[in-house]
Write a new protein. Structure first.
Length: 174
């Protein structure tokens, strides 16, 4: 191929926007900033009482007490959260909570409340589904709820049920 035929191709390639090779080989993976004090697994991790399963799902850890607990990501981050509806700009996360002795058949609408505030920048609080929903599977009974984050960032979340409270921090990434 002659150099006169290669010149237009070379000029075309030079006019394209350039990306660092690292971005071509590795897509950007969200990282929790050091300024966000996400809740991490304890040195002596909480284990739910029997008959609840001792190990959570892969990449998760149990957090709380036998009065109220949940699973949190080992990474400290919830990323890739969907929007609740196509026209809703908030980021949706479903959260399960457990409590020793909780029975969703006798308490289908448990008085669980979830609140949250962004700790790294001013914004409106998260929106929650209100009272939790008593839920169960063949092997488990828990309280389910959903929250909508108005923005990504560092969020402190507090769940309250009767006189028990559970507070944790997560990074919400796009």
């Amino acid at each position: 191929m002659s150099s006169t035929r290669l010149l237009p191709l070379l000029l075309l390639l030079m006019s394209l926007p350039s990306l660092p090779l690292s971005q071509l080989d590795h897509p950007t993976i969200p990282v929790v900033p050091g300024s966000c004090p996400v809740t991490k697994p304890a040195d002596r991790p909480f284990l739910p009482p029997l008959p609840y399963k001792a190990k959570p799902s892969v990449g998760q850890f149990w957090f709380g007490t036998d009065r109220l607990w949940t699973t949190l990501p080992v990474s400290g981050m919830w990323s890739g959260l969907p929007h609740y509806t196509p026209n809703d700009p908030t980021f949706r996360q479903k959260i399960a909570f457990w409590r020793q002795g909780f029975d969703p058949h006798t308490e289908p609408r448990p008085n669980l409340t979830v609140t949250g505030r962004r700790v790294d920048a001013p914004t409106i609080p998260l929106q929650s589904d209100g009272k939790g929903i008593g839920a169960w599977t063949k092997d488990d009974q828990f309280i389910g709820t959903g929250v909508n984050f108005p923005t990504t960032g560092c969020w402190e979340i507090t769940a309250s049920y009767e006189s028990d409270e559970l507070t944790f921090v997560v990074w919400v990434a796009p």
